[in-house]
Design a protein around this ligand. Structure first.
Ligand code: GDP
Ligand code: ZN
Length: 308
């Protein structure tokens, strides 16, 4: 029977099968060695084949993982060459940010966007707490919007508190599988609960679970939306490490830079000191924002040279 994985604890998985029921699943030992690069053989969002075990109630064995359409991963604490798959088969990745209480850094947003680009997953930015916007934040927001729209991203503002823009944001989640991310305190739970009140309890359940000395472990969990589509909440994820991106490659994941790359004189241009660099010209002309360029350079510095 075909099923989709909704929850993973590392050794147990909860999967919803085609019969509409949830099964507690184990995997056959053999999967553990199949994908050496990944620390978790089965990820939330995976489509799997399961074999129910009738004697044991709603338990089943995962016997096969169907090919993933895509996935998003982060580097594993176990080593640079291992990664942890956060979720798979995604239609989009949504980042909730705030300009105040707390202020989300541009750097965090851009690392998230680069990760989503690298995995070919469309990204959507939701800026919450617009009720707190004063003059300064309004100015910052309009700058933010022009930067990200220029780069090709959709950015919406909303206030869960005042119920403004929430319906528009929620509408973008319908009939899709969306990974939802954001620093703690941005209003992620408030947002989800506002259009999905039934989830309240379960959200609380997860946070108390992960609060028990397990904050370093990532337990993504998928929930079905009442009107179709699902969201994958990622309570434990603080940061998306850029995984396995080469220096030469990084600018490909900035859409506004990517467009200019054919015009750089050198095809391995890093857009730092090279002559006739279309990206630097783009910064001077304003088609690439200075903020994004600065974040590009900062990220470039964090990528280690690879010696072959
Ligand atoms: P999470 O950690 O991202 O899940 O954030 P929560 O949903 O727990 O919200 C963190 C705090 O922000 C809570 O005190 C919320 O009441 C508050 N909050 C959420 N949305 C808004 C908003 O739109 N405006 C304001 N002013 N506060 C909000
Ligand atoms: Zn260049």
């Amino acid at each position: 029977m075909k099923a989709r994985v909704y929850k993973s604890t590392g050794s147990w998985y909860v999967a919803k099968a085609d019969d509409g029921k949830f099964y507690n699943c184990r995997i056959k030992g053999v999967f553990k060695t199949e994908n050496l690069q990944s620390t978790n053989p089965v990820a939330v969002g995976d489509i799997v084949m399961i074999e129910p075990e009738p004697e044991e109630g709603m338990t089943a064995t995962i016997i096969k993982i169907l090919d993933r359409e895509n996935y998003i991963a982060r580097s594993s604490p176990h080593g640079r060459h291992q990664h942890h798959i956060i979720a798979s088969n995604l239609d989009q990745a949504v980042i909730i940010v705030t300009l105040k209480q707390p202020r989300t850094s541009f750097g965090f947003i851009d690392r998230f966007l680069v990760t989503a680009e690298a995995y070919h997953i469309p990204a959507l930015i939701l800026c919450n707490k617009s009720d707190l916007f004063g003059k300064k934040e309004l100015k910052l927001f309009s700058r933010l919007r022009s930067i990200y729209q220029e780069a090709g991203y959709r950015l919406l503002s909303m206030s869960v508190e005042n119920n403004e823009g929430v319906a528009e944001a929620a509408a973008l989640l319908q009939q899709k599988t969306s990974l939802i991310c954001g620093h703690s305190g941005v209003g992620k739970s408030s947002f989800i609960n506002s259009f999905f009140p039934g989830l309240n309890l379960r959200t609380a359940e997860i946070s108390s679970f992960s609060g028990k000395g397990m904050h370093t472990t990532t337990f993504a969990q998928m929930y079905d939306l009442p009107e179709g589509g699902s969201i994958i909440d990622t309570p434990g994820i603080k940061e998306f490490g850029i995984f396995d991106i080469e220096k030469q490659e990084l600018s490909h994941y900035f859409p506004e830079m990517r467009r200019l790359l054919p015009d750089c004189q050198f095809n391995n241009c890093l857009h730092i000191n090279e002559p006739q660099c279309a990206v630097k010209e783009g910064v001077n002309e304003g088609v690439v924002s200075e903020e994004r360029y600065v974040n590009y350079v900062t990220m470039l510095d964090t990528i280690k040279e690879t010696y072959q």
